[in-house]
Write a protein that binds this ligand. Structure first.
Ligand SMILES: Cc1cc2nc3c(=O)[nH]c(=O)nc-3n(C[C@H](O)[C@H](O)[C@H](O)COP(=O)(O)OP(=O)(O)OC[C@H]3O[C@@H](n4cnc5c(N)ncnc54)[C@H](O)[C@@H]3O)c2cc1C
Length: 805
């Protein structure tokens, strides 16, 4: 047995074998996979083998597409048949609501590069004579869906990897992982030890246990899942071609042909976690769980209605097997925060649709230091400590049960909530706040009218929140608004080398003491890594702030690139809270609460002071996310409640109003201010995102500078714009195509109603060669193409005079 390797991959399921293959594909040779039994001995051997490219997250859809294209490649390389059946797939809608939803969703496929089409009941029936289409309204047809042989696919990855120099050790169980002190790991197996520079946890059903070996808690849980295999069905015996994979979204069942019968899989409402206390080491190989048909009754009844020949067909076999789910159903990929050279490739619910993409992205990251595209939706660092075992089980059960339910853009599912609340949660509730959730924390979306229920109706169009949000926006533009900023991410960077460290990690200019600057952060490739704001509290003390849901993601980057000798980075997000005040009367209100001078001369735009505000020792920062005169009052958590009560009392005669995130979104869209995961992400460069004015190109030594300099001289393929859309009762929400003469010329990143400008707005990326006054542009809103125009006319107070006043 080898005693040293560049990387040891733990787990020989489809995901581990894909990682092994991709590491060799990208050039590493000295890579070893340890499998405790035979390859596929976890979930992989009993998968239904279906694959599809459709996914609501564009990054994941892209990688699923890649996975599908890969099968021919590994088949050819390995000589192993993967049993590919490109049957195509139908996602059918049997309710009006679902059909509207599918049509709206379908327009986005052009942006994602998916060649899908909408088909009607007659075409559906032609493609699949087993379906009763009497209540079916239509379907999305994707020609690239199909199924394969899970054993063949897993072995093809492994054989291709071995041909390219990798080693596969079967019957080799990893028992312990010990840090060597040199940044590498001692991998202790029952067959001997290997020193590995990198370790990949691809242990599938045992990923939690392999996490515990290094003290990591990975938010995933195995869930039971059933499918049935039937005897032959006469229609299929006679048919010349195979039927497509069918997903009946309303019945929550899927079906595909298996020989001359079918495989019918079921997502039951009462999802059952398996091995909650830990996956037994002795489980696996060819073991299954006892079937529990009584749990499937409701779904099977629907399945038998949809496919009327099934009740008269014998059941050949029932499979009940476990596979892992995360709280949001997406995989856990990337470096596990807090650990060096320990990588996750687990929590993969659809290994045969996603395994290739997971392997590619992870291998790029391990070898090049970053993945080529934005994969935040799969990043292990999208979860924080709030993703406890109870939270994970509650959310995974909910995801399983609602997997095919219509997910409205304004909907926040209830399981695992409230997990975290701010110290003014009771006050916000008393003011009738309707809450959403960000990084486990309850955040106010809007404030319902007093006396009315604090709920928002899930909707693709304008919801019952519309009028309330409008009033909140108007208060912010005409008087003063206040919002709890507990959800923001805040990092205290201190020490004699703090400035030098920030000069390396941030691409923006570092502010002078008492000043604030927008400081983007770049990866080595020159793509955006963060849209941070830096506040300088003292010579050697900085507060860096950004989106709260990125805390683990930011901290992982800081741990790697910023912390070190003479620089300490502390995540103080949960302890340091505050309020944002904004609107033309916000200065007057603030001045009533403090003896410190907050006049324009004493506290100009983008500066800060330490001040007592009401009863709280505070740091007051003058900045604006709304485009109005505005302040953030940062206080320690115990002061927040008293501060809010005092702000509301003192501001009553100034027209103060509590404002939620929806209003904030409307206000920032009117201003054309982008936000992370929408306008800004790892897919864009500062030039594309219009952030180059914040980059300190002349300063040497910051991460990504070389690439950013090269990028500065090129015309980017697309640029960020604001769009004004001709639509009345719905807005764009993200990834809708922008067309010119039916050609794709861009896509939307976020949308909403500009309540103070009085029209629908969106931001998005548009081909650079399209002029700002281009006529004839159209954008899809809920499946219908609407006229839109681009330009500064769509921007509130384009000169910025209001926020600088
Ligand atoms: C009934 C059912 C139907 C499914 N249908 C589909 C489908 O149609 N399409 C689809 O894409 N997906 C489907 N899946 C899901 C799919 O099976 C999983 O996504 C996939 O198998 C996950 O692969 P993996 O490599 O992450 O994990 P696993 O397959 O669980 O592999 C992990 C491997 O790690 C090994 N291991 C663990 N710990 C150690 C250790 N300490 N040392 C050495 N080795 C270790 C295990 O022995 C195991 O072989 C289905 C799953 C089930 C149960």
């Amino acid at each position: 047995m080898k005693n040293h390797a560049q990387a040891v991959i733990i787990g020989g399921g489809v995901v581990g074998c894909s990682v092994l293959y991709h590491l060799t594909k990208l050039g590493w040779r000295d890579v070893v996979l340890c499998e405790r039994k035979e390859l596929t001995a976890g979930s992989s051997w009993h998968a239904a083998g279906g694959f599809h490219a459709l996914n609501s997250d564009p990054g994941v859809a892209r990688l699923q597409s890649y996975t599908i294209d890969l099968y021919r490649e590994i088949e050819a390389l390995s000589g192993q048949d993967v049993g590919l059946h490109f049957t195509g797939g139908l996602n059918i809608a049997a309710t009006r609501e679902r059909w509207e939803f599918l049509k709206a969703y379908w327009t986005r496929h052009r942006v994602l590069g998916l060649q899908t089409e909408l088909v009607g009941p007659a075409q559906i029936r032609e493609m699949c004579p087993l379906i009763d289409v009497s209540d079916v309204l239509g379907a999305i047809y994707d020609p690239r869906e199909g199924h394969l042989d899970p054993y063949g696919a897993t072995h093809a990855y492994a054989k291709a990897a071995v041909k390219q120099g990798a080693t596969v050790l079967r019957h080799t169980r990893v028992l312990e992982l010990n840090p060597t002190g040199r940044g590498s790991w001692q991998v202790v197996t029952d067959q001997g030890n290997i020193e590995a520079e990198h370790v990949v946890n691809a242990a599938g059903l045992w990923a939690r246990e392999v996490g515990h070996m290094v003290g990591a808690r990975l938010p995933l849980i195995p869930m039971e899942h059933h499918y049935l295999l039937t005897d032959d069905i006469p229609e299929l015996v006679q048919a010349k071609s195979e039927i497509p994979l069918v997903l009946d979204l309303d019945a929550e069942i899927y079906l595909r042909q298996e020989r001359k019968g079918v495989l019918l899989g079921v997502y039951e409402k009462d999802a059952t976690p398996w091995a909650v206390k830990g996956t037994p080491w002795e489980y696996g190989d060819t073991e299954l769980l006892p079937p529990a048909l009584e749990r499937l009754e409701e779904a099977l009844t629907k399945g038998f209605q949809r496919f009327p020949s099934l009740p008269n067909t014998g059941i050949r076999r029932i499979v009940n097997g476990p596979f892992t789910f995360t709280p949001d159903g997406n995989p856990l990929v990337g470096p596990v925060p807090g650990l060096r050279n320990y990588w996750a490739a687990c929590g993969v619910m659809a290994g045969f649709a996603q395994g290739g993409g997971v392997g590619l992205a992870l291998s790029q990251w391990m070898i090049h230091g970053e993945s080529d595209t934005d994969i935040f939706a799969m990043d292990v660092a999208r979860f924080g400590p709030y993703a406890t075992e109870s939270y994970t089980i509650a959310k995974a059960r909910e995801f399983y049960a609602k997997r095919f339910q219509i997910a409205y853009p304004n909907e926040y599912w209830p399981a695992g909530r409230p997990a975290k609340t701010s110290s003014v949660h009771s006050e916000l509730s008393a003011a009738n706040a309707v809450f959403g959730v960000s990084y486990g924390l309850e955040i106010p979306l809007f404030f319902a009218k007093q006396g009315e229920p604090a709920v928002e109706n899930p909707s693709l169009g304008h919801s019952n929140a519309f009028q309330q949000v409008k009033e909140e926006c108007q208060a912010a533009r005409n008087a003063v608004g206040v919002i709890d900023i507990s959800a923001f991410g805040k990092y205290l960077v201190t020490g004699p080398n703090a400035e030098a460290g920030l000069n390396r990690v941030l691409a923006g200019r570092i502010p002078a003491v008492g000043k604030i600057r927008i400081t983007p952060m770049l990866a080595s490739s020159g793509k955006l890594m963060g849209d941070l704001t830096t506040l300088r509290l003292a010579k050697d003390r900085f507060l860096v702030s950004g989106s709260g849901y990125l805390q683990a993601w930011h901290m992982r980057w800081f741990d790697e690139h910023l912390s070190g000798e003479g620089v300490q980075v502390q995540n103080i997000s949960e302890h340091s809270t505050g309020l944002a005040l904004f609107g033309p009367r916000s200065r007057e209100l603030l001045q009533r609460l403090t003896r410190s001078d907050v006049s324009k001369a004493a506290l100009p735009f983008m500066s800060l002071i330490e001040a007592d505000v009401a009863y709280a020792p505070a740091m007051v920062a003058r900045l604006s996310v709304t485009g109005e005169l505005g302040y953030e009052i940062h206080v320690a958590a115990p002061y927040l409640r008293a501060l809010l009560l005092e702000v509301l009392r003192v501001g009553a005669d100034l027209g103060i109003r509590q404002v939620g995130m929806y209003a904030l979104n409307s206000l920032r869209l009117e201003k054309g201010f982008g936000i992370w995961s929408r306008e800004f992400s790892r897919d864009y460069t500062p030039r594309m995102a219009g952030l180059e004015r914040f980059i300190d190109y002349d300063r040497e030594g910051f991460i990504g500078r070389d690439a950013a300099l090269r990028d500065r001289d090129k015309t980017p393929p697309r640029r960020l714009v604001t769009l004004q859309i001709d639509t009345s009762n719905a807005d764009a929400s993200g990834y809708e195509p922008i067309l010119l003469n039916n050609e794709l010329v861009g896509f939307v990143t976020s949308g909403g109603y500009g309540h103070c400008m009085g029209h629908s707005l969106a931001m998005g990326y548009l081909d650079s060669n399209i002029p700002a006054d281009q006529e004839g542009l159209k954008v899809a809103v809920n499946g219908e193409f609407r006229a839109c125009k681009v330009g500064t006319a769509a921007t509130w107070d384009a000169s910025g005079a209001r926020m600088r006043q």
